[in-house]
Ligand binder design. Structure first.
Ligand SMILES: *[C@@H]1O[C@H](CO)[C@@H](O)[C@H](O)[C@H]1NC(C)=O
Ligand SMILES: *[C@@H]1O[C@H](CO)[C@@H](O)[C@H](O)[C@H]1NC(C)=O
Ligand SMILES: *[C@@H]1O[C@H](CO)[C@@H](O)[C@H](O)[C@H]1NC(C)=O
Length: 273
């Protein structure tokens, strides 16, 4: 029975971790409301304001009767609108291109006139977006949960740990007997179990409480006077100072061929609006 309960809890925590860990890919509509169309310098000014990351995607919207999206592999083909050996061709009129590799990506149209009049896009894709540190989930009271009538027990439990903004407390208890009230007050009110103000009330029996602010947080049980017998918790939450981490992907060296460099240099002479 107890094993089953712990197993269930581990599942809950794993699910929460996955939910909290979700990613932040961006979908870009090429050319914004104009879509994928010929307009001199349009794409130059469109991409200039953006940073593309592995995991992001591009959406190309266009009239498929006159146009397509042809991905070419180098700056030479890009500069001269040479679509004779494309890397990929998209032609649905609404194409989603996933950026799965870092490096330069070149897109033109196989409609030569449109390409020559500026319908082309080259972008630099960099490493994946950083993922913010995930908060930990602390099971309050460990395997005993929020059921121990001894304030020393929660005092020790809390003293041994370091809590940061973003971390979570998981309270597990019998909801017929017990509840979780976060109180806003002084140490004295916490000690005497007579709070003057409440910040939040939880009463499901399985409550996840996110620590969103640094400082001292007080939690007590008030439902049946269990605070007086020791069901109370004080946690000191530290501000978030941990550095942002990057997911561990193999770093690929981005090599520029001489023609890539020339093309990039030439581009600096384009007019800016
Ligand atoms: C286009 O590229 C192909 C192969 O990459 C090459 O054989 C051909 O000569 C190129 N055409 C022009 C006009 O540059
Ligand atoms: C691009 O990614 C989306 C969502 O991640 C996926 O549904 C779609 O099949 C992918 N497209 C291609 C061409 O791989
Ligand atoms: C907590 O109390 C302080 C002053 O005692 C007050 O400024 C603050 O708004 C209170 N916060 C909540 C959530 O009640």
């Amino acid at each position: 029975m107890a094993i089953k309960k712990i197993f269930g809890l581990v599942l809950v925590i794993m699910t929460l971790t996955v939910l909290l860990a979700c990613c932040s890919a961006t979908v870009y509509k090429v050319g914004d409301s104009d879509g994928w169309t010929a307009k001199d310098d349009k794409y130059y000014s469109w991409y200039e304001r953006k940073e593309f990351h592995v995991g992001d995607s591009l959406v190309f919207e266009y009239d498929r009767n006159v146009n397509d999206v042809t991905q070419v592999s180098g700056a030479w083909a890009y500069e001269f609108c040479n679509f004779s050996s494309p890397k990929a061709v998209y032609n649905t009129g609404h194409d989603v291109v996933n950026l799965t590799q870092p490096g330069y990506h070149y897109f033109i149209t196989s409609n030569h006139d449109l390409c020559a009049s500026g319908q082309k896009l080259d972008i630099l894709v960099v490493r994946p977006r950083p993922i913010l540190p995930l908060g930990k989930v602390f099971m309050v009271g460990d395997s005993k949960g929020w059921n121990v009538y001894n304030s020393d027990y929660y005092y020790k439990w809390s003293e041994e740990k370091q809590f940061y903004v973003g971390d979570n407390l998981f309270f597990e208890y019998n909801k017929d007997l017990n509840d979780v009230i976060e109180i806003n007050g002084t140490d004295l009110e916490f000690k005497s179990c007579h709070p003057t103000s409440r910040v939040a009330v939880y009463n499901t029996g399985h409550d996840l409480v996110k620590l969103t602010k640094p400082g001292i947080h007080y939690f007590v049980s008030l439902k049946t006077g269990l605070c007086e017998v020791g069901l109370k918790l004080r946690v000191m939450v530290q501000p978030l100072t941990k550095t942002v981490t990057f997911p561990n992907v193999p770093k690929k060296k981005m090599k520029l061929t001489p023609i890539d460099r020339l093309s990039r240099w030439l581009r600096t002479f384009r007019p800016h609006h």
